[in-house]
Design a protein around this ligand. Structure first.
Ligand code: GDP
Length: 298
């Protein structure tokens, strides 16, 4: 994962080894190389600019420690700035004070929402919760069935439209699912919503209607990391159309560059909360900015 970025950054650091102290020209050259590495990783330009400005300022500034050599200092600064743009602290789920906690999933078709729904449900079940998955994606003919398969695999209940119970109306299904959760003593409700292949006003309206009907504690924007910084445009559209409280990066296993992961937090201001890195239920984890930064730096 992110091998090219790791290699490039490590080359920059290797080039600094053996230097007694960094001149302003060294800092400029280092900043330039880091900039190229980030641009090649497909990180959004405003994020690259912010990152480079912070690294230059800190490498030039007073905080430079005498205990570390220049290469170590630059590694330390880059590590801390990577953690920063990845979100700093790990952000945990927020739970409802009373009644079931509702988590709504939003994102484009194919982003990995349904797969993620199963992973998240399994994760929560393993933590002692009793989640129910809600099939509010009635757009794709096979979506309800797919969620049922996912639910079965994860060993969790699925609430799906039935005759007389909101067939064709995802907002009604989502709303009724809360009643169902209360009755059946599910403490967590995960609502899978319909995506489209691209940004679409109807999709946004439907997601916003579902949001208003279920009043979720969390709206997770699910995005395919392989699209790179395009994730940023989609995120911005979802942010203004629906709003979200956290991001889930999917398909990190196929993302060689890292642009989405490194851009989406800074651009949207919302934390990356989970990461999905494969098709199996267990290919999923809470997102830890510090661990991701360490992996990038090797
Ligand atoms: P949805 O349309 O947003 O519900 O997306 P799906 O959950 O149906 O996923 C679309 C495709 O991506 C499916 O073939 C999934 O198996 C695949 N997929 C989902 N998450 C991941 C992941 O983390 N890694 C990989 N390699 N494939 C994934």
């Amino acid at each position: 994962m992110f091998d090219t970025l790791s290699d490039r950054l490590n080359k920059v650091f290797t080039g600094l080894r053996g230097k007694g102290r960094l001149s302003p020209a060294d800092i400029d050259a280092t900043a330039r190389e880091i900039r190229i590495a980030l641009l090649e990783a497909d990180v959004a330009l405003p994020v690259v600019r912010q990152f480079i400005a912070a690294v230059k300022e800190r490498a030039t500034g007073e905080e430079v420690s005498k205990a570390l050599n220049p290469a170590q200092q630059v590694i330390k600064i880059v590590n801390e700035e990577l953690i920063q743009i990845l979100g700093g602290e790990t952000r945990r789920l927020q739970f409802a004070k009373t009644g079931p906690t509702v988590i709504m999933l939003a994102g484009l078709q194919g982003a990995g929402k349904t797969t993620l729904a199963g992973k998240l449900a399994r994760f929560l079940k393993d933590q002692g919760h009793a989640p129910v998955l809600v099939a509010a994606d009635l757009q794709r003919p096979n979506a309800v069935n797919q969620l049922q398969v996912v639910g079965e695999r994860a060993g969790v209940a699925v609430y799906a439209p039935q005759p007389g119970n909101g067939v064709g109306d995802p907002v009604a299904v989502a709303k009724d699912s809360i009643e169902f959760a209360l009755r059946a003593q599910h403490d967590m409700v995960i609502v899978d919503t319909a995506g489209r292949l691209g940004i679409d006003a109807d999709m946004m309206r439907q997601a916003a209607d579902i949001r208003d009907a279920v009043q979720p504690q969390e709206i997770l924007f699910v995005v395919d990391a392989m699209v790179g910084q395009d994730a940023v445009n989609t995120a911005e559209a979802f942010q203004s159309g629906v709003g979200f409280t956290g991001v889930v990066l999917t398909k990190l296993d196929g993302d060689a560059r890292g642009g989405a992961a490194l851009s989406v937090r800074s651009v949207t201001g919302q934390p990356i909360m989970f990461a999905s890195n494969g098709e199996k239920l267990e290919d999923f984890d809470v997102f830890h900015p510090d661990r991701m930064a360490s992996r990038i730096l090797g």
